[in-house]
Ligand binder design. Structure first.
Ligand code: IFM
Length: 442
């Protein structure tokens, strides 16, 4: 069996990604907390509760874990509702706590990447119509300026909005996130306002900090025509990809948000992206189905025979990572994999999923595509939105009742990669022997 080591460039960022509501606990002043209190919103009535207790200080021990296992970067989000608990009030204590967290990362030799918006809105904003309100982009930019001013000493790598496509889709089409609407017009309005909010925030940050690098984290989900009538299935697949995956980042290139129903001109968005953050988990097959007008005449399903995660949420298709990176390089800006991971409570799949996806990143790096880092989702099991605690994405497991962390084998698989800045034959053989014939053919 030929052996090889897949090396990454010096300075490559290796980290994990987290988000405030999912790890902090007691995030009581946002729309997600209120949503969790409504019956039927979260599976089994589960709540975020204390989450991973980062607000209580357990970020320290988790950052120690990240450092000890060779991670040199961490992506976290800050909570708008804590920083601006009311429209006319800033909470300096909350900003101090975030400063302490970022300082804590620096002290451990870990580069921070900060996300300003990760699915949650302050209650006061939600009561004013959230992102459907045309004033929200400016309010968002104001909050971003305030927070960036306070944190700029410790951070130059910023994400304005996490997965605006998922936010609009889940909150305004599927109804699974607050405000629970199923309204295409509202979804497109929210999408457009998020482009506006991003553009304003981009400029605020750059006014403050010349060396800032500002981007988005987009959930990119390749859509493949299912066949056998591939030419027919290609139509909904293309419309879906243009809308869900491509509309937002394309609008940042030419100022045109191309929706299936119309094109919205947002000229101020042109050139507001220093890097492209891609979150890749899985891909879908698409079949034309004229009986599904509300889903844009598309039926989506996983590739037949694909290996699925615990709850069937993710199909393990590592080649999709390469496909996404190939698409992303078309923007001719640096690319960062801002999320990738799998729910897997007993860790039977994660080491292989992780290794094979990182191998696809390596393939892309070898074409000299400008990929600068990889952030695994996630460090410790966290609150997974409407799926509550039923999905376990952490390198470390979490006992929600005792706050005890449980080290999964994936911790050591990822640590080997981070520490060597490479995927070695030994790492694959030890943690993902099934992948050896695929990764080392011959
Ligand atoms: O937990 C989420 C995260 O908040 C956004 N991207 C996908 C993850 C896994 O579902």
């Amino acid at each position: 069996m030929p052996q090889a080591t897949f090396h990454f460039p010096p300075g490559f960022l290796w980290g994990t990604a987290t988000s405030s509501h999912q790890v902090e606990g007691n995030n009581k002043n946002n729309d997600w907390w209120a949503w969790e209190e409504q019956p039927g919103r979260v599976i089994n009535g589960q709540r975020s509760g204390l989450a991973c207790d980062w607000w209580g200080g357990r970020w320290r021990e988790d950052f120690d874990r990240a450092k000890e296992t060779g991670q040199n970067a961490h992506r976290l989000s800050i909570e708008w509702s804590r920083i601006q608990p009311a429209p006319d009030r800033w909470d300096e204590d909350a900003l101090d706590r975030y400063r302490a967290m970022l300082r804590g990362l620096h002290e451990r030799g870990i580069t921070p990447m900060v996300t300003f918006h990760h699915f949650c809105n302050p209650l006061w904003l939600a009561e004013r119509g959230g992102w459907e309100n045309e004033e929200t982009p400016a309010l968002f930019a104001r909050y971003v300026r305030k927070a960036a001013e306070a944190l700029q000493e410790y951070c130059t790598l910023w994400i304005t909005i996490n997965e605006p496509n998922v936010f609009a889709f889940e909150g305004y089409l599927e109804g699974l996130f607050p405000p629970g609407k199923k309204d295409l017009k509202a979804a497109f309005l929210v999408f457009a306002n998020m482009v506006r909010g991003h553009a304003l925030a981009y400029r605020e940050i750059h006014q403050l900090q010349r060396e800032a690098r500002v981007g988005l984290a987009l959930n990119i989900r390749p859509l493949h025509p299912a066949g056998p009538l591939t030419f027919l299935d290609a139509i909904p697949a293309r419309i879906g990809a243009r809308t869900f995956n491509e509309a937002f980042p394309n609008a940042l290139v030419d100022g045109k948000l191309r929706l299936p129903t119309r094109t919205v001109r947002i000229p101020e968005a042109v050139g507001t992206q220093d890097f492209l953050g891609v979150n890749y988990y899985t891909l879908d097959m698409v079949r034309l189905n004229l009986l599904r007008p509300s889903e844009m005449f598309a039926e989506r399903f996983y590739p037949p025979g694909a290996e699925l995660s615990d709850t069937g949420f993710i199909a393990n298709v590592p080649e999709g990572m390469f496909e996404v990176l190939k698409w992303a390089k078309g923007f001719r800006i640096p690319i960062i994999v801002t999320e990738n991971g799998v729910e897997d409570a007993d860790d039977h799949l994660r080491p292989r999923y992780l290794i094979e996806h990182i191998h696809q990143v390596w393939r892309a790096v070898n074409f000299n595509w400008p990929i600068k880092g990889y952030f695994h989702w996630t460090l410790v099991d966290n609150f997974e939105w409407e799926r509550g605690w039923t999905q376990r994405f952490g390198l470390w497991g979490l006992d929600v009742d005792t706050q005890q962390r449980i080290r999964r084998p994936s911790v050591d698989a990822y640590a080997a990669i981070c520490k060597q800045n490479a995927v070695s034959y030994e790492t694959v053989e030890k943690f993902a022997p099934q992948a050896v014939p695929r990764m080392f053919p011959g």
